[in-house]
Design a protein around this ligand. Sequence first.
Ligand SMILES: Nc1ncnc2c1ncn2[C@@H]1O[C@H](COP(=O)(O)OP(=O)(O)OP(=O)(O)O)[C@@H](O)[C@H]1O
Length: 600
Amino acid sequence: MKHLLRYINKLREYAGIKLYVNLVGMTVISFLEGIGIFLLVPALGLIGIFRMDTGGIPFVSGLVEPLKAIPEGARLAVLLGGFTLLITGQALMQRKQTNLNLEIQHGFIRYLREDIYRGLLQANWAFFLKNRRSDFTHVMTNELLRVSMSTYLALRLSTTLLFTAVQICFALWLSVKLTAMVLICGLAVAVYSSKFIKRSKNIGDQTTELAQQYIGGMTDHFNGMKDIKSNMTEAQHLSWFGALCGRMEHNLVQFGKTQSASQFVYKVASVVLISLFVYLSLEAFRVPAESLVLIIVIFSRLWPKFSALQANWEQIAQSLPAFKSLADLERECAAAKELDSLDAAADGKPLRMAEGIECRGISYRYDNGGSSYALHQVSLSVPVNTMTAIVGKSGAGKSTLIDILIGLIKPEEGEVLVDGMRLSNDDGFSLRRSVSYVSQDPFLFHASIRENLLIAAPEAGEEQMWEALRFSASEEFVRQLPQGLDTVLGDRGVRLSGGERQRIVLARAILRKPSILILDEATSALDSENEAKIQYALDRLKGRTTIIVIAHRLSTIRNADQVLVLDNGQVIQRGGYHQLSADTKGTFSKLLEFQAGVRA
Ligand SMILES: Nc1ncnc2c1ncn2[C@@H]1O[C@H](COP(=O)(O)OP(=O)(O)OP(=O)(O)O)[C@@H](O)[C@H]1O
């Protein structure tokens, strides 16, 4: 419930005065609709369609009595004219209110989307390591829609409640006994129906879980489609999908059945109540006929409101788990927040390093408190404008070390110093702004080469783009593409070969003019000729840029000024390439031996 209130507050924050105008509009429209119907019966009495004395009925008499001054022959025309005006006015207001409704509802969805996405972008990398990406997609699609719709529904519920309360007052005025009786019955039905609310909430829990599995599964399947096709595991995936869809279908049908069961209870209760009501009015309380007609009109309008309240409340109860998911994500993002403002992050200046980066005694565990260290007591230094190579077996801790060096994750113990100083948070961001990082799994957007390049350096001109492409040995193949720079690359660059993708990502990294260039297995998919071209280009960068290279193919690091050999989260050897390869007992020369043709 507290989550629901929190999002109602957010809606108030977002919509401001517009929301109140809308709520008042909804209430006024309900009143106009009510007045039209209430007046219909006495008005028909007035023009003699049936006999009815409205003099004793409060409110109605005030509205109907002045009509008696109109000559009898003109009454029908005036009445119908008035009725038409009233309903037209109501329809006009309804139209305006529907438009405002749409604006507020869709605006609120946009507001929530931006808010959650901003929260995610402001969170640190450790947060993303802990969570499944598809869960974010799930919250930002299914859950967010359920939350925004139900928040709005909750507000509409409040106007329905207000309108119902006014009608109850009116009915009390007409007959306290009968109204009290109906209210007690209504309350009894509501108490009985509370089990439907509980059931809806349980179904909602399953809805959340199933939708999460659906998005997660779909993301995995589409990402792994090549594996699915090449290993011919289509049937297994379809069977998993079919089972999940079956459970989703069952879940939705269950909710529909819960709603229809509660509506059935309300319908049966209404017919029992009305029969009892008419019987008691006529036989026991002897209520005047005109009051009885009005009360029946009022309650025939009021009772559907009760059942609508029940249905709406079930809908909200079904969405309560979505409120929790969204609130949890917001809370976790806030706890992992590293950036106060994305604008400030974009406008900041890159750090200009004078001496280099140093790590002192750093340790890191992914499973905080667990026994396995990804890095343990690592100390090293990376002098400015030199090339440092980090090598070691798979799982030795190379990528973790890079993540710590650039401040993506914080070490559990030890410190990272730049030019001998511990970095403040802001300095950490400045450091990241001066870095271009090409990861093991290079990422290209489903956009043109030009757009992919400009993401890194929006101000870069055509000539700078070609220069970067030349650096990464991609100029030739890009010129041969039918649309050149404007060739669209497909999902994650699927229309390019692995090596071509790596080269475009490298060009993007260079275009940013970084002072620190980090290449994590960035040339692993290249043929020897293109790799040699990039080696040559990197050599030319030496002395101007600090380069850190992670490489399994040791031929690529021959020109490194320093080689660090990592094993099991520790630096076990360090020195120049030739120095380490000459140490025949060391791990590095053993690694070299494994690679044919790479012996020093
Ligand atoms: N997100 C993660 N969650 C849990 N453990 C992780 C995570 N990432 C890495 N590890 C573990 O931390 C250790 C170091 O991993 P890291 O990726 O730094 O190794 P690496 O030397 O870069 O390996 P590779 O050459 O295969 O990329 C490994 O034991 C790995 O299983």
